[in-house]
Design a protein around this ligand. Structure first.
Ligand SMILES: *Cc1c(COP(=O)(O)O)cnc(C)c1O
Length: 380
């Protein structure tokens, strides 16, 4: 089956009792045993739930992995994956990952004896130099948030494979429709399904996709032991969203491209970050490893922080809000919103300036979106 068909039909969907076409929401905590010691496949919803299982199988198939797991949030998925490691282990992580990932690693997991090195993953040497004898995992994100830097996924997988190091990628921005990291040799894929996979700004959720029986067993164990799983209703919402993922992603990136081109020529804008632009440093790699360039666009405004505030006050169709990947377009200010958990010096070091604005380009008509940006940017 092709991707579009799997997005609608993957997993064990047919309802044998009534023929419901929409997967039923099994809103139950527990399941009656058929006999002593004999279940019908489910016993308790933390361990497994039939609605969750359909979502998990669907995401696993879309990513081309062995098994999938659905979590309460993207951070719950990440927390579970990082618990595959133990005290004394070292992790090499991209320096421009999601702010919450940085916070979890640097301010929480650090206290449990995990050691992190954050590097810009734009060269083989930078990554290899960061590897220590106790490095057990490389964590990457591409396109990164909010800088939209591109990491060469195949290169990272190769570096790790040669040394027996696990790789985990946060594939939230690209989604499996645009990038399938497992095909390049990545071991674990992580998602915030809150974003494009669900796609309607009405749920928080996460997912992990594994590639080996050993990883599948360990992630299932941790999910059950830590209780980080998603609720049946949230799984149902994400399942509903995934059905339209391919057509949504096509429109997201068509609109994003139009906006990136528009902003590039605007006098009030000093720099545009969009991997689809030939001027983007990661353009060639993105073209090679992705099916498209995605729906996120970041840019820098000329002038003082006042220019940013004025722009964010003036936008009308774009809502001033964190998060991304929904039907409605959103604009946010990384320095005070999504990346406020990074210290200012760290933000400055990795290139997140105070004048940067991040757009999650939605599914509205591109003309209306550009008109909204135009009136908010003022004469230019
Ligand atoms: C939002 C986000 C997360 C965290 O997911 P939640 O569902 O908010 O917990 C992780 N990684 C990326 C890239 C994100 O955008």
């Amino acid at each position: 089956m092709k991707f579009e068909t799997k997005a609608i039909h993957a997993g064990d969907r047919p309802d044998t009792r009534f023929g419901a076409v929409s997967v039923p929401i099994y809103q139950t905590s527990t399941f009656a045993f058929e006999d002593v010691g004999k279940t019908r496949g489910y016993d308790y919803s933390r361990t497994a739930n039939p609605t969750r299982k359909v979502l998990e199988d669907t995401i696993a198939q879309l990513e081309g992995g062995k098994a999938g797991f659905a979590f309460a949030t993207g951070m719950a998925a990440e927390t579970t994956v990082i618990h595959l490691l133990k005290t004394g282990d070292h992790i090499v992580c991209g320096d421009d990952v999601y702010g919450g990932t940085y916070r979890l690693f640097q301010n929480v997991m650090n206290n449990f004896g995990l050691d992190f090195t954050f590097v810009r993953m734009n060269s083989r040497k930078a990554i290899e130099d960061a590897i220590k004898p106790n490095t057990r995992m490389i964590w990457l994100e591409t396109p990164s948030n909010p800088l939209l830097n591109i990491v060469d996924v195949e290169m990272v997988a190769d570096i790790a494979k040669r040394r027996g190091i696990l790789t985990a990628i946060d594939n939230t921005f690209a989604t499996p429709y645009l990038l399938r990291p497992i095909e390049y040799g990545i071991d674990l894929v992580v998602h915030s399904t809150t974003k494009y996979l669900n796609g309607h700004c009405d749920v928080v959720g996460g997912a992990v996709i594994t590639t080996t029986d050993e990883l599948t067993e360990r992630v299932q164990f941790l999910l059950n032991a830590m209780g980080t799983c998603a609720s049946p209703f949230d799984c149902w919402l994400v399942l509903r969203g995934i059905q339209t993922l391919p057509i949504r992603m096509e429109r997201h990136q068509e609109n994003a491209f139009a906006i990136a081109r528009y902003l590039q020529h605007h006098k009030a804008v000093s720099r545009v970050y969009y991997p689809g632009l030939e001027s983007h440093p990661g353009h060639e790699i993105a073209k090679r490893q992705m099916k498209g360039f995605g729906g996120m666009v970041s840019f820098e405004l000329k002038g003082s922080i006042k220019a940013v505030n004025t722009f964010l006050k003036r936008i009308k169709i774009f809502e001033l809000a964190e998060s991304l990947g929904g039907a409605s377009s959103l604009a946010e200010h990384p320095a005070t919103m999504s990346h406020a958990s990074m210290p200012p010096e760290y933000r400055a070091k990795i290139g997140i300036t105070d004048n940067m604005v991040r757009l999650s380009v939605g599914l509205e008509h591109a003309d209306d979106l550009i008109e909204d940006l135009s009136q908010a940017l003022g004469a230019g």
